[in-house]
Design a protein around this ligand. Sequence first.
Ligand SMILES: [Ca+2]
Length: 245
Amino acid sequence: MKYKYLFLSVFLALIFVFNVKAQGVEIADDCLPITTLPFMEGFEGETFPPLCWTRHGDNTQWERNTAIMRSGLASAGIQIQVGGGSGWLVTQPVTVPDDGGHYVLKFWSFVTGGFEGSQPNTTVVSVSTEGNDDISTFEQVKSLTNEERPANTWREIIVPLSDKYAGETIYIGFMYQGTMMQMGWYIDELQIEEMSAVDAELVSIIAPATGTHGALTDGETVKVLWYQSSHRLREHMELLRTAKL
Ligand SMILES: [Ca+2]
């Protein structure tokens, strides 16, 4: 009888262990699309690429970089090795809402040597609706302009997503190709979020209290609240203006 209970205990313990292990595996492999926005990735975790992301390359690969970062302790970066090369870093799946909102990809970009490097380099953002394993399924949505990649300077890049991908589950790929050793591309503070479709808009008129500026008297101050959608933090700002009639 004693052995019977011992066997039962061991059996139940094994079930527990395997069950926990199975659940762990299930969570790790279950790369369900992100559906709650904003989605943010700052490459602060030591796992790289981040869970459910992929990378593809020859002798050049995207790595977590702790020397050049926009914020925190790290960015994602790729640096060309001897002989040149190219590499892709691809996000986990993200579903772009189909609710009439204007959803964008935002990230900060830093190009070593900029576009003025002595050898050409390519900095491209592409999207696939099929997966993050096969780079042949990706379609280019953005190639950084020369103005967007000055040498060794962080720049915020904004890529509209809703026009083409509303309602779709997408994978976003960052591809860098170069021929000159030590040149590279770094990205940080990646976000997918909703933003206003216009550059700037009036939020409210604080003064005059009537909320209208149609009958200004000379010298009256109009105080409005507005935000600039291209501003990363969408800070509300006050504008003071005096009518001159
Ligand atoms: Ca970071």
